[in-house]
Ligand binder design. Structure first.
Ligand code: SF4
Length: 356
């Protein structure tokens, strides 16, 4: 029995099946997700004899940290091997830990590879390897926190922006989120957890109905259907009108706004006309836009020039759309999603920090 990824109810049912009282399940749940005890023997809230007996019937399998890369700004990127949990379906994903003065942000993957095929994304070149389990998704957060335990500040942000389209692995992703957002589980605030989607319209509608849900970010990246079709084939299935309608219907909580991510590709989607079209697209939505200047890399796009970035932001702001320029962290360790796995598999990566 693999315990990692199990809900409180599932753990209760399991301990009951082992002839124990149901409340023992709640204790294991707390030790595993709130205290980050990854060994039944170390769960000191259980009697020693019980720990020993349960340890024979269950296991807690964390991904193996294949490599760590540390950037000069403190960002740590982990390459995680997942075969331990599903030996028959080995996979490698990435998680990134980004420390800041008042918070740490952890970026996690929800699938190994991705089928969505955004043309500016290196993960797309992998195709979909497989969906991650709830346990494999939760484990990335727990592992990053545990690895950096000594340096943690009270606020933890989690972004589902690594490899994969979270809304195409819906059940495991929402099961993982229920554990991460449970005050008795990992205890993260829904205000500090963000799911980013390429625009899976039925998934957005479904997420809006969840009792427990994170904030929502939508990867927009274009100001027209023609433009978006050219870089995000998913737009042919869910064009801008349908996507923005789903956004308008999304039931925002009083404190909440939508986030649109807009990767600025030099000479492609970064003109003043693009900015004006974006203003019209998001009119009437409670939202902000994160402008992400393209990092030069393996793919054939150009970074925008500084003047274009500022003019784009100025037009949005002048029209009342909140817009911020976000630069990728840890650029020298490949901050764009999936870059590390792709380069790793191609044997092209210069390692910065050897596995500890
Ligand atoms: S940007 Fe996200 S959704 Fe698009 S191919 Fe990459 S991982 Fe998939």
């Amino acid at each position: 029995m693999e315990l990692l990824g199990k809900s409180a109810e599932e753990l209760r049912a399991w301990v009951t099946s082992q002839g124990e009282s149901a409340y023992r399940g709640r204790q294991i749940y707390h030790a595993l997700y709130a205290e980050r005890k990854f060994d039944l023997a170390g769960m000191s809230n259980l009697p020693a004899a019980l720990r020993a007996r349960l340890a024979e019937a269950a296991r807690i399998t964390l991904p193996e940290i294949r490599r760590r890369y540390q950037a000069s700004d403190g960002t740590v990127r982990y390459v995680l091997a997942l075969e331990a949990a599903q030996a028959e379906r080995p996979a490698t994903v990435e998680a990134v830990f980004m420390p800041e003065k008042n918070r740490q942000t952890i970026c996690i993957s929800t699938q190994a590879g991705c089928a969505v095929d955004c043309h500016f994304c290196l993960t797309a070149t992998l195709g979909l390897v497989r969906n991650l389990t709830a346990g494999e998704i939760v484990a990335q957060v727990l592992l990053a926190l545990e690895e950096n335990r000594a340096a943690l500040v009270p606020q933890t942000n989690v972004v589902l922006m690594g490899q994969g389209e979270p809304l195409l692995n819906y059940e495991p992703v929402t099961a993982a989120l229920r554990i991460l957002l449970d005050p008795n589980g990992a205890g993260l605030s829904p205000k500090h957890v963000t799911l980013s989607t390429s625009g899976i319209v039925p998934g957005i509608a479904r997420l809006g109905e969840e009792k427990v849900r994170p904030k929502l970010a939508v990867s927009l990246n274009a100001s027209s259907d023609v433009q978006r079709d050219a870089i995000m084939p998913i737009n042919r299935k869910y064009p801008l009108a349908a996507l923005l309608e789903a956004c308008r219907k999304y039931p925002l909580r009083p404190w909440e706004h939508l986030t649109f991510e807009y990767v600025l590709l030099g000479g492609f989607n970064d003109s003043p006309e693009d900015a004006r079209r974006v203003v019209k697209l998001v009119a009437s939505l409670r939202c902000k836009i994160n402008l992400i200047p393209w990092n030069p890399g393996e793919l054939p796009y150009e970074p925008p020039d500084a003047g274009c970035i500022e003019e784009f932001r100025r037009i949005l702001t002048e029209k009342g759309v909140r817009a911020f320029v976000r630069y990728s962290r840890g650029q020298e360790i490949m901050a764009a999603c999936g870059q590390l796995a792709v380069l790793e598999s191609a044997g092209k990566l210069t390692e910065i920090t050897e596995s500890r």
